[in-house]
Design a protein around this ligand. Structure first.
Ligand SMILES: Nc1ncnc2c1ncn2[C@@H]1O[C@H](COP(=O)(O)OP(=O)(O)OP(=O)(O)O)[C@@H](O)[C@H]1O
Ligand SMILES: [Mg+2]
Length: 328
């Protein structure tokens, strides 16, 4: 890799679901970058396209869904042009995914140790059993699982929900990935455990220079964990920037709405209150800015053409009438 610190460069990504009513653009022209070792929060309300974005990055979209356009450049290679076999080699090795439900990663009928060893042998077949066991124990210890060596002989159901998610995170970290995509992995956990896992993830990513895309509803989590944030609305990223900039002085009215709907004590685990109005339908998305029907500041032009991305240094946003606020 050159001096360029960009690890992932997503350009014009479009993913559609083919339905009877037409092609639903779940991801509708998404651009963002992730640098090596950087933690990026991908935030937005339910249905905004966060999970579909995460799955699209690593070729996990199944019919009726399809990535119909765009590039996902990972360390110089466009993943959209890779074969399924090439992608399988990357997944679980250089790129790992953590899901909201750890049972999407964990096989209920296999002992945790067997699954972890398998995750190593798949990508590094020359590893000895002894080396693999040592790595498994190390990974479980890293995520704070006590008595790691004996825990290898347990089945997933013998762990609590929080511990199971830690095991899934340990599996993701096993082969020291360069990028982890985490889709709301702590949403189902109680606030204290969520806080511990966030803290540990951040520490691990910093220690190993691992980049992390953390998908969440929760701006409190983003504030605690991330370096940068991308705010998603109706399949588009409507604002990006450093967490400090975006959360203290948002440009996009949707980001403002998300902030205003946060509980006053911005603790992780609190869900967003609803912003007034409905998310757009297919017909409503064909023209203009998708947020216009819910936007307090909309002008005539917003109904005509969707705003292009305006770039201001680290920050970018899609809005004709951006909020002007000083950083506090
Ligand atoms: N298998 C599918 N078939 C049809 N449409 C789908 C499918 N999966 C997702 N979609 C649509 O894609 C859009 C984006 O969904 P996505 O799951 O990415 O949202 P999200 O932002 O992750 O929401 P949540 O916060 O609820 O997880 C939604 O409108 C959803 O209805
Ligand atoms: Mg989702």
């Amino acid at each position: 890799m050159s001096q360029d610190k960009t690890l992932l460069d997503v350009r014009g990504l479009r993913t559609a679901f083919h339905t009877e009513a037409g092609a639903w653009p779940a991801v509708d022209g998404v651009d963002f970058t992730v640098r090596r070792g950087e933690i990026v929060g991908l935030v937005g309300e339910s249905g905004s396209g966060k999970s579909v974005t995460g799955f699209s990055l690593i070729g996990l979209i199944d019919p009726p869904g399809e990535v119909v356009a765009g590039e996902v450049i990972f360390d110089g290679v466009d993943l959209c042009t890779q074969t399924e076999e090439q992608l399988r080699k990357l997944r679980g090795d250089r790129i790992a995914m953590i899901f909201q439900d750890p049972l999407m990663t964990l096989n209920p009928v296999l002992k945790v140790g067997e699954q972890m060893r398998e995750a190593i042998f798949t990508h590094y077949p020359k590893t000895t059993r002894k080396q693999a066991d040592a790595r498994c124990v190390e990974a479980l210890e890293m995520v704070g699982i006590p008595s790691a060596a004996t825990r290898l002989d347990n089945y997933p159901h013998e762990f609590s929900g929080g511990m199971r998610q830690r095991v899934a995170i340990a599996i993701a970290m096993l082969n020291q990935p360069e990028l982890i995509i985490a889709d709301e992995p702590t949403t189902a956990l109680d606030v204290t455990i969520q806080g511990q896992i966030l803290y540990q993830m951040q520490k691990l990513c910093r220690a190993h220079d691992t980049a992390l895309i953390w998908i969440t509803h929760d701006l409190g989590v983003v504030a605690e964990l991330a370096d940068r944030v991308a705010v998603m609305y109706a399949g588009r990223i409507v604002e990006t920037g450093t967490v400090d900039e975006v959360l203290s002085a948002p440009r996009h009215p949707y980001t403002r709405g998300l902030l205003d709907s946060m509980p006053s004590t911005a603790e992780p685990g609190q869900r967003l209150h609803q912003i007034d109005g409905m998310a757009p339908t297919l017909a409503g998305r064909e023209i203009g800015c998708a947020f216009r029907p819910r936007c307090p500041n909309a002008i005539a032009r917003c109904a005509e053409v969707p705003p292009e991305n305006t770039v201001e240094g680290e920050r970018s946003y899609r809005c004709y009438v951006p909020l002007v606020q000083e950083l506090v």
